[in-house]
Design a protein around this ligand. Structure first.
Ligand code: UGA
Ligand code: MN
Length: 389
């Protein structure tokens, strides 16, 4: 209650006949608040308290007996519909499959990744097609991969962002994570920081790098995404491609819900497009007609995290990638989607465009002190692992 406002706190007590009140008073701000009241209870009051407690206990016991008697009658009168049982079974089966694939992944990962023993600096690594099939057996039975392509670059919050992003990916079942480091800064190399997060996530991954060209320097992450696309094509396993920036927030269920997109899927996203959300709008037949967004002037009002597309687009067009020559600034998403489908009605709405599983995060303002070196005081000079390492 007193919080940061009062620096000089003085305590005084007031004694009344029954209550002893302790008041906190800040001389500096004159901010005064009663903090607690201690009752000096009289004998009479104590007896009254005991009476109330016994009465409550008796009432509760009666209630309990009543529920035990009534409950079976309620249960038998409730008729369970067969359809809902089937749905429940399907859902349970899906959950079992998810668990099985997680177990398989754990079992195979030790064999595939052995131990963390990589060159310094780390070089490009791509979990092979064979290893993916080994780690995720349901892919061979027609399960579709979700390729999550994440461009990233060296900065104070990079580790925090990538760790936070890796965890929903670890919870989902058939994900292949492609992380591409932007090495545009002179002399920068691929990092152990990124590699360790990928290695420890236990999911199939590719770790690669890209460099911005003069033309692409205004488009954040575009070279990284195109490098990711090259890797997807090289792997050749069927699935869905999703551009997941490293600084946003994801619900793992998103990755379960988009894997069967036929060409391009769109959905509602939080805190995007200059508003609290952005979403596709549907007609009564469930066809996408337009987008709710405060960022007008685009055909497809979606954020980078609000759409995904099938790898089938590479069958029709093996050369497909993000073409900055056809991209206006801040409208990269619109040009990507427009290069895949021409009409909004062709976009496949996920969750009826009404569930948010992705939030675009604004850049946090970082206090200056975060980059200040910590002054060592104690005697033991053990090596610290920095939060950013
Ligand atoms: C917004 C969109 O969310 C991006 O998807 C889009 O690429 C960008 O606008 C744009 O049109 O330029 P915003 O949140 O402002 O992005 O940008 P960042 O989050 O800083 O960057 C997007 C992605 O590119 C991130 O994954 C980031 O790590 C990566 N990036 C950023 C690089 O790889 N290199 C950079 O120099 C900067
Ligand atoms: Mn961002």
């Amino acid at each position: 209650v007193v919080g940061q406002r009062s620096k000089n706190i003085s305590l005084y007590e007031t004694e009344s006949t029954q209550d002893r009140k302790i008041n906190l008073y800040s001389a500096k701000t004159g901010y005064c608040k009663m903090m607690m009241t201690q009752n000096k209870t009289s004998k009479k009051q104590k007896r009254f308290g005991a009476f109330i407690a016994i009465a409550l206990l008796t009432i509760l016991t009666y209630f309990h007996l009543a529920i035990l008697y009534i409950a079976p009658t309620i249960a038998t009168s409730h008729h369970v519909k067969p359809e809902s049982m089937v749905l429940e079974l399907i859902e349970a089966n899906a959950r079992i499959q998810l668990l099985e694939s997680k177990v398989a992944r754990q079992r195979h990962q030790s064999r595939v990744y052995q131990k963390y023993n990589v060159s310094d600096p780390p070089s490009q690594f791509i979990t092979s097609k064979e290893n993916v099939l080994d780690m995720l057996p349901s892919i061979s039975q027609g399960g579709r991969l979700v390729y999550v392509i994440t461009p990233t670059y060296d900065r104070l919050l990079q580790k925090l962002d990538l760790i936070r992003m890796s965890q929903p990916l670890m919870l989902s079942s058939l994900v292949y994570w492609i992380v591409v480091e932007d090495l545009s800064n002179k002399g920068s190399t691929m990092s152990h920081r990124v590699r360790k997060i990928l290695f420890e996530s236990n999911i199939p991954f590719a770790h690669s790098s890209s460099v911005k060209t003069e033309d692409s320097s205004h488009f954040r992450g575009v070279e990284g995404r195109n490098e990711g696309i090259r890797i997807v094509k090289k792997l050749g396993l069927p699935g869905v491609v999703y551009f997941g920036d490293d600084d946003n927030a994801y619900d793992y269920r998103l990755f379960e819900e988009i894997r069967n997109i036929k060409r391009v899927g769109v959905w509602a996203t939080g805190l995007s497009g200059n508003g609290n959300f952005e979403a596709c709008s549907l007609d009564s037949n469930g066809i996408v007609t337009d987008f709710y967004t405060n960022f007008r002037g685009r055909k497809f009002g979606v954020d980078m995290g609000g759409f995904a597309f099938s790898t089938d687009v590479f069958i029709d067009n093996p050369e497909w990638n993000i073409n900055i020559a056809h991209t206006a600034r801040y409208k990269m998403e619109d040009s990507i989607v427009s290069s895949l489908i021409s009409e909004v009605s062709q976009a496949e709405p996920i969750n009826n465009c009404s569930v948010v599983r992705f939030w675009h995060m604004a850049k946090p303002s970082i206090p200056k002190s975060y980059s200040r070196k910590v002054q060592m005081h104690g005697r033991n000079e053990h090596k610290f692992l920095l939060a950013t390492d």
